[in-house]
Design a binder for this molecule. Sequence first.
Ligand code: NAD
Length: 224
Amino acid sequence: MPRGGARGTARDIPSATVGRLITYLRVLNGLESRGVTRVSSDLLAEEAQVSAFQVRKDLAYFGTFGTRGTGYTVSSLKGELKRILGLTRPWRVAIVGMGRLGQALADYPGLSEYDFELVAAFDVDERKLGTRHGTVVVRHMSELAAAVGDLGIEIVLLTVPVRAAQEAADAVVRAGVRGILNFAPTVVSVPPGVQVEPVDFLAALKRVSYFLHEEAAAAEEEVS
Ligand code: NAD
């Protein structure tokens, strides 16, 4: 899309670009907390560890924010990125599966810093019902549909075992939730219009091991 053209939507922005916009927003938050009010694409690029060309290309999706030579105003670029990323209001989040991971996420206070408000938690284990973690008290899954309506739950963090993932995802979708962050290491099927984002730190760890292994193999080849 040309600079200054019509504003992009999430649908026509490549997912890699969306990932970098989130990084730029984190960088801008850091700059703002250090009292920096203007930022060049060079500095933004350096802090985000991408090229300045990439920064300009990414921001060009949404029209012109900066002025050539003087860069961007941190607060307005931050505001634009938040608008593009749908972060101008808090999103209401629930956790389904209050085991080790679900409890750790509920106890983590950082969610609200990123405009996500944890409003409920669910499980099927009677022993967990009624226990408090962070701001939420665990409810039974049978209360999910009513709670989605009452509390306006929009996104679910799915932290159930693999064997329960599809069944729990189905219940979440039936309850009317359209966003799922799936921590269970399995693919869950959802109907069109529901966004599932997988999170797998073990897969990321395997990628690190692959790159370390590749480097070691390359070094060995050089020696021999
Ligand atoms: P856990 O066994 O401690 O907790 C799972 C919880 O889900 C339990 O409390 C159980 O009662 C509940 N549950 C089971 N069926 C349910 C259902 N139908 N509806 C609602 N709740 C249900 O497991 P954990 O160690 O917390 O791990 C949870 C999931 O996260 C697993 O799938 C695990 O593989 C995965 N995991 C992912 C990552 C990651 O990086 N993505 C990291 C760690 C664990």
